[in-house]
Design a binder for this molecule. Sequence first.
Ligand code: MN
Length: 492
Amino acid sequence: MAISINQIINKVKENNPRADETMIRLAFEFAEKAHHQQLRKSGEPYIQHSLHTALILAQIKADEETVMAGLLHDVPEDTEIELKDIEKNFGKEIAGLVEGITKLSKIKFRGVERYIESLRKMFLAMARDLRVILIKFADRLHNLRTLDALPEKKRERIAHETLEIYAPIAGLLGIWRLKWQMEDLCFKHLFPEEYRKLEYKYEVEKKVERNRYIQKVKNILGGKLSAAQIKFEIEGRFKHLYSIYQKMQKKDRKFDEIYDVFALRVIVNNIPDCYRVLGIIHSLWKPKASRFKDYIAVSKPNGYRSLHTTVFGPEGKATEFQIRTKEMNDEALYGISAHWYYKQKSGSNYEDDHKQPKWVKEILRIQREAANSQDFVKRVKFDVFANRIFIFTPKGDVFDLPEGSTPVDLAYAVHTDVGHFATSALVNDKIAALNQSLKNGDLVEIITDKKRKGPNRDWLKFVKTQRAREKINHATKASSFEAIRNLLPRIG
Ligand code: MN
């Protein structure tokens, strides 16, 4: 579907009435000229891809610089125009964003290696400027929407990569809108049969019934809420096909149990009203006791707040409610929240949450405190990523460590025994000493030797993490004790 720059400007102005319309228009004209006569595989003019990317960015409330960079994101890579021309016309900030995107798409890897490399690049780009990742997500989402034009192999590769890397990171950042859309599109391409079946059942077979039922609940509840003089909005919640599919993969959930749950969300003005709505719902319909959760009194570890309850609604049908304020709703849709952690470990309890890296917690804290999205991006950049480095292992794990960390710090972060038996390291495939300072993005493999006696107390002189310090101290104390004991027979 062809769109125009005016749609984007309108959307940007909705978020920020003082946005500079002229500059956005200039960025569009610049990109249009650069991509002149280029066509996408789908046959569309190339500029449509730039416009769609920018529109998605405006929809997730990105700032105007990000939207402009979205318009320009493929210019240096696919046209004669160079990055320095963008800088000359639009300044350092926007050129920097475009450069970030260009770097991110340069190298294409395959298999496990691709996975690690992609993750690595994503985290690095994120550390440089979070907005680069937003543009990459928007770019990817539009590519997924136009995937049909590509050969099957390429389609599969892109869909897999998105499910493995992009969608989880979007989830980590709490950009649910993008995460869901990406997942459903990948699902459609990777499992077309299953997708069609689910879509048919959910969208065709059940749709009329669902709409009729939700309308009925809305009428009954709406009447009661108005009578109680509570201001409210009620919306039916769309279930994402991929999340239904994932639930069905788990053996403990029956097909219809997932389908036939009707889901609604009630949004009110303040917290007392949340509880009043809950009381009214429970007085109307019998609640399923085990399904009631008060995430307002005790928020989820990532800050998520809402009341959840499932009742036997009209006609005895299981009906799920989420009750929250407008602010809570915005947080849940656009904010950075770490749902990733327990969604992925579904079935696990929330105690796993202490495994959440420190920087994720900090992002969440900033997200709660930041005045707006610009403020948020700036603070994440300076507060969270400034003194941290991301180190990657050959297995694809990412460790965040303080600046100046060494292979020994990494070894202890991986496992105590890896630390104790470390002898040297491979940093980006080159042999390195254990006291070498690591750099952001290094790929590090720790070499161990089981015959090694244990850690060296000299390591304490260079390690940066508390964990490594404690483990070394502990082990070397124990071994000096052992050494003394070993001497005893000789003394005796
Ligand atoms: Mn692109």
